[in-house]
Write a protein that binds this ligand. Structure first.
Ligand SMILES: [Zn+2]
Length: 293
């Protein structure tokens, strides 16, 4: 009941549902947002940017380790950490990302940025309620992206929810591709992105077997380095072979086997092989350009 009353008051007074601070109901465009947040700070100090993680599943010690290894920026994305049975479960998940994870990062010298959205595995019977609330949550200053969104089984409802989130203006989108049937799902995703005309998107979890489709799409290309997806050496090979691609390397660290240092390892490996410039782009600069400009 308290939650409902706070929600109603927030709506009436145009307060952000995440922190109760005054906010625009219509999401601000990037230039306007950058004037009111710390994102205006000179980001030249950024050393490693992990552009896809689920920090809410990780221990505090991972933040410490990343800080020690020089990871300065992380984008933590909404996902399906539990049975996402109602709209309130998803909205509470959004709240945890924008508060708990930003704070845990700050305590370790890491800028945690947030992406919010309905993951295809989080779709429930109240999904339209969540979609209606989403724009207001996106206006929080630490939120820089819509994600992670995408397709898992390519059902009609997944496609409808995916399309609705692609149509949200201003924010870059982080798009999940599934492990099973990846090529078919990827082709469907590219067709929908084209149809909507969505700009500034990352198509993620791309590997050696799907790079051809992602390059053809001309979007940012996400390489997830974790056990069962790409290895450090796979990432090095892709970045070496395709200098024209706009890669963003990430760990997608979650409750599954993950490596919180995988982006730092890719940058290090590229530097040792004489490709420090490409490492800087794929492990830092492309992420800054896309999410924090
Ligand atoms: Zn993910």
């Amino acid at each position: 009941m308290t939650f409902i009353i706070i929600g109603l008051l927030a709506q009436a007074a145009h307060l952000n549902p995440l922190d109760g601070a005054p906010c625009e109901i219509v999401p601000l465009n990037r230039a306007e947002r950058s004037c009111i947040t710390h994102k205006t700070q000179d980001r030249a100090h950024a050393l490693v940017f992990d552009t896809h993680a689920h920090m809410d599943t990780r221990p505090y010690e991972d933040f410490e380790l990343m800080g020690v290894a020089g990871v300065t920026d992380v984008l933590t994305l909404a996902h399906d950490p539990m049975r996402m049975s109602t709209a309130d479960v998803l909205l509470d998940h959004f709240h945890k990302l924008a508060h708990g994870e930003v704070r845990r990062g700050a305590e370790n010298g890491i800028s945690v940025h947030v992406g919010l959205g309905v993951h295809p595995r989080s779709i429930n019977a109240q999904v339209d309620e969540t979609l209606r609330a989403l724009p207001e949550y996106l206006s929080h200053p630490d939120v820089v992206a819509v994600g992670e969104i995408g397709l898992e089984r390519c059902t009609d409802v997944e496609e409808r929810v995916f399309r609705a989130q692609l149509e949200i203006d201003y924010y870059p989108k982080v798009i999940h591709t599934p492990r099973r049937g990846k090529r078919d799902a990827l082709e469907r995703i590219v067709a929908i992105v084209d149809d909507v005309g969505a700009k500034d998107v990352v198509i993620d979890h791309i590997d050696l077997s799907t790079i051809d489709i992602a390059l053809e799409a001309g979007t940012y290309v996400g390489i997830t380095v974790q056990p069962g997806k790409a290895s450090v050496q796979d990432a090095v090979e892709l970045i070496r072979e395709y200098p024209e691609a706009k890669f963003v390397v990430n760990s997608d660290m979650s409750a599954q086997r993950s490596d919180c240092l995988s982006v730092a390892r890719v940058f290090h490996a590229l530097s040792l092989e004489g490709y420090a410039d490409r490492g800087q782009k794929a492990c830092v600069q492309n992420g800054l350009d896309l999410f924090l400009r």
